[in-house]
Unconditional design. Structure first.
Length: 135
């Protein structure tokens, strides 16, 4: 069974750390306190995931030019469907030059995360019952 390119690339290209950041809002009871040797509360997980995502990006970027092209994606071990490749480029090719950089992936994922958070807030607001009018 072929992997969904969009899911695969989101997982490898920073989707995981954005999901973790969004999963525990600041001040939530699930939030871990900062480690003694890490005064900012950054325990290195985000950096590790970015490094892992960059490694995956570089493994697909066969010519090492810092861009993913359609040809490089087509050369992947498990070739994605044409629709998945198109969706990937529509989502991540921010400057529409038919090449995707790692930075474009990070920016697009950040924008997608913010859009999802805004939608969740909007959904929560629409679920609240209307206030009874006082006469």
């Amino acid at each position: 069974m072929k992997r969904n390119l969009f899911l695969l690339l989101v997982l490898f290209f920073a989707g995981l750390f954005f999901a973790q950041a969004a999963a525990a809002p600041a001040g939530s009871p699930d939030e871990e306190p900062p480690a003694e040797d890490d005064p900012e509360g950054e325990d290195g997980d985000e950096e590790d995931e970015i490094a892992e995502a960059r490694e995956e990006f570089e493994s697909i970027d066969k010519d090492g030019d810092g861009f993913l092209t359609r040809d490089e994606i087509m050369a992947m071990e498990e070739v994605p469907e044409a629709e998945e490749i198109e969706e990937f480029f529509e989502t991540y090719d921010l400057d529409k030059d038919d090449k995707v950089t790692f930075e474009e992936i990070l920016k697009a994922d950040e924008a997608l995360r913010k859009e999802e958070e805004a939608q969740e807030l909007e959904d929560e607001d629409s679920e609240e019952p209307p206030e009874a009018e006082v006469e």
